[in-house]
Design a protein around this ligand. Sequence first.
Ligand SMILES: O=C([O-])CC(=O)C(=O)O
Ligand SMILES: [Mg+2]
Length: 288
Amino acid sequence: MAFRSRREKLRSILSGETCVHPGSVYDAISIRIAEDLGFPLGMFGGSVASLAVLGDPDVTLITLTELAEQMRRMSRASALPVLVDADHGYGNALNVRRTVQELETAGAAGLTIEDTLLPAAFGETKVQLITLEEGVGKIKAALDARNDPSLVVMGRTGAAAITSVEDAIRRAQAYEATGVDALFFTGIKSRAELEAITSATRLPIVLGGAPDELNALDYLTGQRVRIALQGHAPIAAATQAVYETQKALREGTAPKALRGLASAELTNRVMRETDVKARGADFLGLKR
Ligand SMILES: O=C([O-])CC(=O)C(=O)O
Ligand SMILES: [Mg+2]
């Protein structure tokens, strides 16, 4: 299967000896740049999916079809393994099965299913969790839905910052018992919290946003963390660049006087122009 080697690369990160940072990817251009810079994997966050596809905040308005289509575009553009934030699996446990099927055929290397109640309930300002039992059912459904057993499924909980670290551990242990491939935690605030989680669990750990004291890769490696997210600065940088450029043009700057644009060389690399030219020669009778 064409996507298997991507999944095996993600598996080798999880079973390896070091903690890595993923590149934040959200479209064909960003994934090719991450690949060219040598990132070992890409992270496709739900927040950046919402922003890139809809221009919306991360409030579960994006549909599974839209998420999977964006993943498919990235899979076509690059062979970089991508870990997809599949939120709550877009519904109940049966919807989770569908979500896994769609993301698997779209080429995801791995995906996370979280136990957050999404979309937010009426009148609730605080993030809520589904029950441990429902969370376990969702993770089991995700594992059951895999057609390619090399697809990585991670159980994710934000309980540490919503209920308690003890609750996060209880949930993580229950997810481990389902046969999931890794545990993904958000909301961990200190080394002490991470160490409590590490010592009570056994699977590789992926850390969502984390405070500065958790930012040393050597330390994280020793705590069985294999992937540590660094937020989603690239899409913020892209937004700023588009803003500055449109503003300058709107204010009368001549296109030739604009600053901060991608060079022709970078644009050609991102477009894989050499490959496209070679195909033009092979298939369209064009000069090499
Ligand atoms: O997965 C991540 O990168 C963090 C997250 O939930 C999001 O950005 O939606
Ligand atoms: Mg998310």
